[in-house]
Design a protein around this ligand. Sequence first.
Ligand SMILES: NC(=O)c1ccc[n+]([C@@H]2O[C@H](COP(=O)([O-])OP(=O)(O)OC[C@H]3O[C@@H](n4cnc5c(N)ncnc54)[C@H](O)[C@@H]3O)[C@@H](O)[C@H]2O)c1
Length: 273
Amino acid sequence: MPHIAFIGGGNMARSLIGGLIKTGVAGSTISVAEPRADARQDLGREFGVACYAESHLAAANADVVVLAVKPQIMPSLQKEMREVLARQHPMLISIAAGVRLDQLERWFGALPIVRCMPNTPALIGAGATGLCANARVSPPQRAQAQHILAAVGITQWIAEERLMDTVTAISGSGPAYFFAIVEALEDAAVAQGMPRATARALATQTCLGAGRMLTEDGEAPGVLRQRVTSPNGTTQAALDSFAGDDLHRIVARAVAAATRRGEQMAADLDKSL
Ligand SMILES: NC(=O)c1ccc[n+]([C@@H]2O[C@H](COP(=O)([O-])OP(=O)(O)OC[C@H]3O[C@@H](n4cnc5c(N)ncnc54)[C@H](O)[C@@H]3O)[C@@H](O)[C@H]2O)c1
C-alpha cells in the first residue's frame, strides 16, 4: 500500500481522505500535516490517520504527497519540505488553483508532479477533477493519482496545462455558478409571492433532477432542453428571454474572467518570490 501524506487538512483534504477510506484505503497509510490542533484531532478521530503539526514529519515516509493548502501558502512550504522531498522523491499532487507545474518544480524540485483541480461536490463523492502531469510522472503514477482523485468523483486528464485554468473556471468554480442560479430562481419566485422555503425546495430539486438527467440519460444537454420546451410554451418564453439577454455571452464572459484570474494568481506567485 503506498503511503499518502496530505499537506493541509482543510475541506478538500478531508473530502479526499474520506473518499479514500470509503474505497478501502487503510487510515494507517495516510498522514496529514495541519497547523490547527482541533482539525488534527478531528481528522485523527474520524479517519484514524496520523496527524502532525509539521509538514516534513507527515511526509517522512510518503510515496505520494498531496499539497492541499491555499495557493498563497504554497511557496512558503518549500523550506520545510525540500529536504524530505529530496530524500523520499515522492510523486507530488497539487490541488491548488492557479499554481503551475513549473512553479511547483521550482519550489519543490525535479519530482513527478500532477497538478489537479477538484471541486467541492467532492465533499459528497460527486466531484469532478481535471488532472495534468509533468513528464516525470510514470504510467503507474498517473494511475495512482487518478485513483486518489477518483475516490471523490469523476476524473479527466488534461493534455495542455494552459487548459487547467479553464478547468478551474468550469468545474472548480462551477458549483458556485449553479448555487447562484438557484438563488436567482428562488428570488424570482419570492418576488412573485411564493414563500422562500417553497421556492428553495422547488429550485433545489429541479437542479438535482436536471443534473441527474444529464449524467444518467447520456443525452446532450441541448436534446434534454428541447424535450422540456413545448413550441410556443412557457419554457420557450423563458429561453427567448435568456437569448435576448445573450446568456451564452454572459456565461462566456464569466468563464473568461475566472480563467484570467487563475492565470493572474500564478503570475502573482511569480512576483511574490
Ligand atoms: N474549495 C474549493 O472549491 C476548491 C476547489 C478545488 C481546489 N481547491 C484548492 O484546494 C486547496 C485547499 O482548499 P480548501 O478549500 O481545502 O482550503 P482550507 O482552508 O479548508 O484548507 C487548507 C488547510 O491548510 C492548512 N494550512 C495552512 N498553512 C499550512 C501549512 N504551512 N502546512 C500545512 N497546512 C497548512 C490550513 O490550516 C487549512 O486547514 C486550495 O489550494 C484551493 O485552491 C479548492
